[in-house]
Design a protein around this ligand. Sequence first.
Ligand code: ACM
Length: 363
Amino acid sequence: MIFHRSIITTTLFIWISFYSFAQQNETKFSYRGMHLDVSRHFFSKEVVKQYIDTLSKYNINYFHWHLTDDQGWRIEIKKYPRLTTIGAWRKEKNDSIYGGFYKQAEIKELVAYAKARDITIIPEIDIPGHSSAAIAAYPWLGCTGQQIEVPNRWGIFNDIYLPSDSTFLFLRDVMDEVCELFPSKFIHIGGDEVPKKQWRENELCKKLMKEKNIKNYEVLQHYFMRQIEDYLAAKGRRCIAWGEAIRGSVNDSLIIMSWRGKGAGIKAAKRGNEAVMASRFYCYFDYPQSAKDKKAAWWMTYTSAKKVAKFKPESKLLNTEQNKKIIGAEATLWTEYVSTERQLWHQLLPRLQKFSEAISKSY
Ligand code: ACM
């Protein structure tokens, strides 16, 4: 009898342990992302490894690596060496040179390192804006043809890619090398903060719009991005773009990353596109977390760990079916005001834990 009871107790114990283990590992969303901007400030391969290690401890399965922006191009592209001999370096206000980039061998090492920790690295090549560093390297990529410098201040720049055949050829070549390095199904192609000033003033753009019956500059942005989306789709990849990409027209397979709030993600889900919520009011870890932190820029809002814990990627404005289009959430770490490792961890750690809890069922 005692023997029987102990068998029953043991079985029950094993079953309960397994059930609670399974519950702990059950996650609400298939996309649980964390981003790092290495353009504004560069972080070494070793720091990126530690970053990946940390993400793996917090149930993150996508590391979104923001590799290109105005202030620095950080990925070696063999066909276009000036991207890293020129585009990876900026002259600071005190005349010192700041920069760096990852060699292809280092990138392969990091991709494997992440994979061993169940993390997929999603590279971001930002188009058509946030591209001053590339234009500084190859001025024919820009709308004015003028030589510009890699900027050494923060902000949104008018220098954006010209929608010319040579630019598209360049981007396809870049994507060939990107796809060789990153096996990720998803590739992030930016699409955020694109001032249309230079397009409005450009004859080639006017001609293209007439020829293709493109009715405004938001649709021209869609046309631009679509060239690259279709190219990547033919290689079996799917694109993610920031919320602004939904303004003109949008391809059904594009995944919208909603950052200005949840609006773009809601719009995407309603039209049947998948979306990842990265609302800046909860998920921007460059923002200060308490009154003890310096507010580095006026547009930042206080985002405490307690607030992050309340983040819900779904929306009451969507019905059950539409909410299923919200495949997950992502937190970002922009680095305009994060220049040291110490600060990197300070911005990341308290909020990553809460973010992870918020987007996982139980922990
Ligand atoms: C963004 O914060 N510009 C996506």
